[in-house]
Design a protein around this ligand. Sequence first.
Ligand code: ADP
Ligand code: MG
Length: 275
Amino acid sequence: MIDVINLRKSFGDMEVLKGINITINKGDIVAVIGPSGSGKSTFLRCLNCMEDPSGGSIVFKGVDIADMSVDINVHRRHMGMVFQHFNLFNNKTVLKNIMLAPVYLRCKDLKKAKRKNSMIRFGNLFRGGSKRELLPITQTSEQIKREVKEQAMALLKRIGLEDKADVYPSTLSGGQKQRIAIVRSLAMDPDVILFDEPTSALDPEMVGEVLELMKQLARDGMTMVVVTHEMGFAREVANRVVFMDEGQIKEEGGPKEFFGNPKEPRLKDFLSKIL
Ligand code: ADP
Ligand code: MG
């Protein structure tokens, strides 16, 4: 699904990613671990081009999205992102938080199609025999909003928070906020979700509910890249574990081999400190 080829990223003189190569397949649960400052967040942010890569390719479903001439917005909507600090809109209700992006993008597509159709109609006035066909438009913006709302309520129900639809995020616990952030990303029906330390900002008693939801997604076949310090999650849920150090992937493997028989001295050292 994603082919990362020699990905490089510098901030000024500092090279933070020094040639990352990895292929992420559909259904993979990739846990990314490594010391603070090793480039894990930068790697995730480059994957969906929140940061412009300085070099290399990110081929997502056949398109190199690192190529500056590609309209990244078309592709980015298929990649969900979940952050350490939730990044919910605090001035919007829970329901609006979930609905915002899908409504915006689908209504934008609708407007675009309508505009194209009026051009096609105009062109057809001057065309002889074979007139160009109009793009199919099946929904009004009102219908889109109603449908997205139904989907959002179904997602809230799935995590048992349907009674929170009309409250503001500030009234929620950290665990609830993060679960909302996760279903918000699901509302876009993404092909892959990128998680950047999704449980690091949570009180310990709330880590479990967020990990449980992530496990459910994994069981449902979602493709996930998860930067995490939760070695339990990496061991039990991930099918691949990646060790990043100093801007490079230093070791990669299935969890059994990775934790049971680490090879790189830096990884051995890292694991000895955290396990
Ligand atoms: P990690 O997530 O593994 O802790 P980061 O990707 O956040 O690592 O950071 C890697 C390095 O890149 C750090 O030295 C950090 O200071 C630097 N860095 C990250 N983002 C920026 C930025 N926007 N501008 C300058 N330096 C940055
Ligand atoms: Mg980070």
